[in-house]
Design a protein around this ligand. Structure first.
Ligand SMILES: *[C@@H]1O[C@H](CO)[C@@H](O)[C@H](O)[C@H]1NC(C)=O
Ligand SMILES: *[C@@H]1O[C@H](CO)[C@@H](O)[C@H](O)[C@H]1NC(C)=O
Ligand SMILES: *[C@@H]1O[C@H](CO)[C@@H](O)[C@H](O)[C@H]1NC(C)=O
Ligand SMILES: *[C@@H]1O[C@H](CO)[C@@H](O)[C@H](O)[C@H]1NC(C)=O
Length: 384
């Protein structure tokens, strides 16, 4: 009798201890699970605990994805096409974009394959204060769905920008710029023009010329063009959502077939032909958003830039590299030589002004304040 009772008691104690230990171990495991990856936790925890854990992880992953999607939506998207010997100036262009801009920038770079590694290397060599302000996505030069007809029809590099709406299908809007551009102001300022688009406008461009005497399209073009003097395509805000929902691509292809032999400036002419026939779809911003040697080489014709300075500098016809209008090259060199670690107030603005001062006897150098006003304004307000 007694022995059996002791045996039963002992058994109960053992069971109770076992239950307690099982419970304790479980508690600990539950606390550990959040630090484990889903692949590793299959052997621990009971069924309901596991489901709770997986959904917590999923929530985390979802939150991460949502954060990324939000950043994708709220960032400024910049796009460039880099071919031939344009790699170096693209890097300086990107540098000028991130210097003034507060919003995160997502850069879409279409480049010839043999330029990829050099672009990657140069951007990777930047300090983290610069790298934290943007991300970039590098693509080859390509046609949508590798369309063979277009491949035969268009020169790949020159026509790339026309196809951006069909290539960046998950992007709402981009600022497309040629590589011979320098930003003298935050990208938020040019991006702001999107908010002024009316319901039919798809694209923003600046006029090709300011006066009939020197205008190219009004004197030489053998094809239709936009407005009185045409538009320049080097600085182009594109609402891709609206472009995809318009007849942009099929129309461009048709115009190309029709006017191929009359076209001088390649895709810029096609863009002019398109907006000749669709003027309600174009928003025209003034010349200070696309300031070129034409605006100062004969006489100063961009009154907006005289008043407030140029916001975007466009050294077309190689003005950033050659010595035809040294004020453009001066600006380029000042940005090139600037070191990210230094203050712009002491190490960008003064060298820029000095270099410009040396061009004071050249036509564009006579209006050199146009090349530095926005920068001065920025550093005096932002970098106290
Ligand atoms: C680009 O810059 C590097 C060094 O800064 C130079 O060695 C190279 O020749 C340049 N390339 C072109 C095409 O200008
Ligand atoms: C582009 O157009 C779409 C459709 O009208 C609009 O929802 C979107 O906000 C526009 N994007 C910008 C940057 O204005
Ligand atoms: C697409 O275009 C049609 C008319 O052409 C217009 O009614 C519609 O609002 C547009 N959708 C977007 C997203 O812009
Ligand atoms: C939008 O502006 C353009 C250019 O001023 C104009 O031609 C077009 O009619 C406008 N669209 C609407 C819906 O007002």
């Amino acid at each position: 009798m007694r022995r059996r009772m002791i045996f039963k008691l002992g058994l109960t104690v053992i069971v109770v201890i076992a239950v307690c230990m099982f419970y304790l171990i479980h508690q600990q495991n539950d606390e550990l699970i959040p630090n484990q990856s889903p692949e590793n936790d299959s052997s621990v925890g009971n069924q309901s605990g596991k489901t709770a854990e997986i959904s917590a992880e999923e929530k985390l992953r979802k939150a991460e994805l949502e954060k990324k999607a939000k950043r994708w939506r709220e960032s400024i998207h910049l796009s460039i096409v880099v071919c031939g010997d344009r790699g170096n100036e693209s890097i300086i262009l990107i540098k000028s974009a991130i210097l003034f801009t507060k919003r995160y920038i997502i850069i879409h770079i279409f480049a010839e394959d043999d330029l990829h590694s050099s672009l990657q290397q140069q951007l990777a060599s930047w300090p983290s204060i610069a790298k934290s302000k943007f991300e970039y996505h590098l693509y080859g030069i390509t046609f949508p769905d590798s369309n063979n007809e277009w491949k035969k029809l268009f020169k790949p590099c020159a026509s790339q920008r026309l196809f951006i709406p069909s290539l960046l299908t998950n992007v709402d809007s981009v600022l497309y710029v040629d590589t011979d551009i320098l930003f003298l102001s935050p990208l938020e300022e040019i991006w702001f023009h999107f908010t002024r688009f009316n319901s039919t406008q798809l694209v923003a461009l600046a006029p090709e010329s300011e006066d009939r005497q020197t205008g190219w399209y009004n004197r030489f073009a053998r094809h239709p063009y936009y407005g009185e003097l045409g538009v320049n395509s080097g600085v182009m805000l594109m609402n891709l959502t609206r472009l995809r929902n318009s007849t942009w691509l099929p129309s461009i292809v048709n115009y190309y077939k029709e006017y191929k032999l009359k076209i001088t400036w390649g895709d810029q002419d096609l863009i002019n032909i398109y907006f000749h026939f669709h003027p309600d779809e174009l928003y025209v911003y003034p010349c200070e958003w696309n300031y070129r040697p034409d605006h100062c080489m004969y006489m100063s014709v961009c009154t907006g830039a005289e008043r407030s300075g140029a916001y975007v500098l466009h050294g077309n016809r190689r003005a950033m590299q050659n010595d035809k209008q040294p004020a453009f090259k001066a600006a380029y060199l000042a940005f090139k030589e600037y070191d990210f670690h230094q203050k712009m107030k002491t190490s960008l603005l003064p060298p820029l002004q000095e270099k410009l001062e040396a061009t004071s006897k050249t036509p564009c150098g006579r209006v050199r304040h146009i090349f530095s006003t926005r920068v001065a304004q920025f550093v005096n307000h932002a970098e106290k």
